[in-house]
Write a protein that binds this ligand. Sequence first.
Ligand SMILES: [Zn+2]
Length: 147
Amino acid sequence: MMESTCPECGAVLAEGQTCRDHFDQMLFWEAEDFSRGVVHHLLVLCYHLQHPSLYSMEGLQYGLGLLDQFVVQGITPADVRKQSRDQVASGNRNWKITARPDSIGAYDHPITWTMTAADVVAQGADNYVDSVRAWAQSVHESLKLVG
Ligand SMILES: [Zn+2]
């Protein structure tokens, strides 16, 4: 068996497997049972924060702030949508969240993640909601040690 390691999140991957496959598996579980969608925002955020090159530099900073708001302040995705509508309406956000050639998100120091998308998938569909919440907590913890 040929294993490899994801260069961004450090997850061990089987031959031919990528973290994107795990992301897609989780999206499938959410589509299969809509009640699992309550953690959709955390799934998207954790996946991107552990693969920062998907973000622009500004997008990464925004994502870090968002995780703090979700995990520490307990705000909801609806609150975020309202905030972001207000920002767009007032012209305060004139940058793109996703990576572009001249701005690719990266951390100043390597981060040791204690839980990855692979772990969430390994814990199975029945534990999905709890697993993603635990994942978000772990990502927040890992990032705190950096600053
Ligand atoms: Zn990865």
